[in-house]
Design a protein around this ligand. Structure first.
Ligand code: CXF
Ligand code: ZN
Length: 389
């Protein structure tokens, strides 16, 4: 070891800063935590940037399970491998990685199939533990356990992630960390839903319910596919300036309340129903509306929004039988993280896919509670936080 090199931290616990959710819905608490070394099939990551996704807010608010405290939230990020556990061959110290809540083991029949991104070796679940051994790598300074979130927990300077949840990327092309981190969740989900789940075709009509980052990412995917018309429905049209919506080729329909969707208006605008409807909010009533607004015979409705646990939507059986419409959900936009994230990154580097316009704010990690306020108030799309600032 040269005298200028720091001693290796591999194999030892690391003490670092993390924003801990101690009470559901209350501001996160910046505190010192201990991050244990990675076990077999795991890597410890130094997070470089993390952004805030709507799902962080959804789970932060939940008082009952799957809400749990204390917990380190955060799942949209990018980082550098600090050390790896036993049996890790695909990653090494210094690699740049994007963590993803959805596993991609690359070996099971689902990971090997083109038709699915739902790994069956480590099935996705909203668990507060590491996916393989069901324990935690985080403790507070009193030695008490802190829970994980979506197998990522990026609101910490260091985190431990299973290798099935890590995609190695090559940033040789000079892509900045504060852009690449967006591919970790929301933007990939929206673009993937348009490309993979819906397979939007040229000349078609797309209706998007909810214009947050995911809805706009669906619009971006649909624009690239050559959709003829992209209609966006939102209750707060004032959060956009005209240029912003033009960039995404979105034609806006404003709602005065969520129950007042003018089915008839959408029907007229789309001449009998949209080819594709995307629900990006997570409200059962909106999912029902989206299904009602898509074209009989071939219309597809894609659910991306995360609804409250145990909520149900209602469909009339007669309508399902007679309409021939398709209704499907889409986790991570139907994409396989390990192969599709590098593909999306290349499209961004080729100036084909938009990422820059999603970043409305950049903050220091210590300002994380401001990031929550901005998203909740509908003032931000993506707020990227730098961990070392
Ligand atoms: C969600 C999808 C449903 C479970 C939690 C995570 N995706 C991203 O935010
Ligand atoms: Zn997310």
């Amino acid at each position: 070891m040269g005298s200028h090199q720091k001693p290796s931290t591999a194999g030892k616990p690391i003490r670092c800063k993390a924003a801990v959710c101690r009470v559901a819905g209350a501001p996160l608490v910046m505190e010192e935590v201990t991050v244990a070394p990675p076990q077999a099939h795991e890597a410890r990551i130094r997070i470089v940037c993390t952004s805030l996704c709507q799902s962080d807010v959804t789970f932060w608010k939940l008082k009952d399970f799957p809400g749990i405290t204390p917990r380190i939230l955060g799942h949209e990020a990018i980082g550098i491998v600090e050390s790896v556990g036993a049996e890790v061959t695909e990653l090494t110290e210094g690699d740049t990685v994007i963590p993803v809540f959805l596993p991609d083991c690359g070996e099971c029949s689902d990971c090997l199939s083109k038709k699915s991104n739902l790994c069956s070796k480590l099935p996705f679940k909203v668990s507060p533990w590491m996916p393989r051994d069901g324990t935690s790598r985080f403790t507070d300074l009193d030695g008490n356990t802190i829970h994980h979130f979506l197998s990522v927990s990026s609101f910490s300077e260091y985190t431990v992630v299973d290798i099935a949840h890590l995609t190695k990327i090559d940033l040789d092309g000079d892509v900045q960390m504060n852009r690449a981190c967006l591919l970790s969740c929301g933007i990939s989900t929206g673009v993937g839903a348009a490309w993979r789940t819906a397979d939007v075709e040229e000349g078609t009509t797309v209706v998007i319910f909810g214009l947050g980052s995911i809805g706009l990412a669906v619009a971006e995917g649909a624009r690239i596919r050559g959709a003829a018309r992209i209609i966006g429905i939102d209750m707060k049209p004032e959060k956009f300036d005209v240029g912003q919506l033009e960039d995404f080729r979105v034609q806006m329909v404003a709602l005065s309340c969520l129950e007042c969707i003018e089915l008839q208006v959408i029907n007229e605008m789309t001449e009998g129903g949209a080819d594709y409807c995307f629900e990006c909010v997570g409200l059962p009533s909106l999912m029902e509306e989206a299904y009602a607004c898509c074209r009989k015979g071939w219309g597809k409705t894609i659910v991306l929004g995360v609804a409250r646990p145990m909520s149900e939507m209602k469909l009339e059986c007669f309508e399902v039988l007679h309409s021939g419409k398709i209704l499907t959900g889409s986790l991570f936009g139907g994409l396989k993280p390990k192969s599709d994230i590098p593909m999306l990154l290349k499209r961004y580097m080729d100036r084909d896919l938009e990422l820059d316009k999603f970043v409305t704010h950049e903050l220091d990690f210590k300002e994380i509670n401001t990031a929550f306020d901005l998203l909740i108030e509908g003032k931000s799309l993506r707020c990227v936080m730098w961990m070392d600032r």
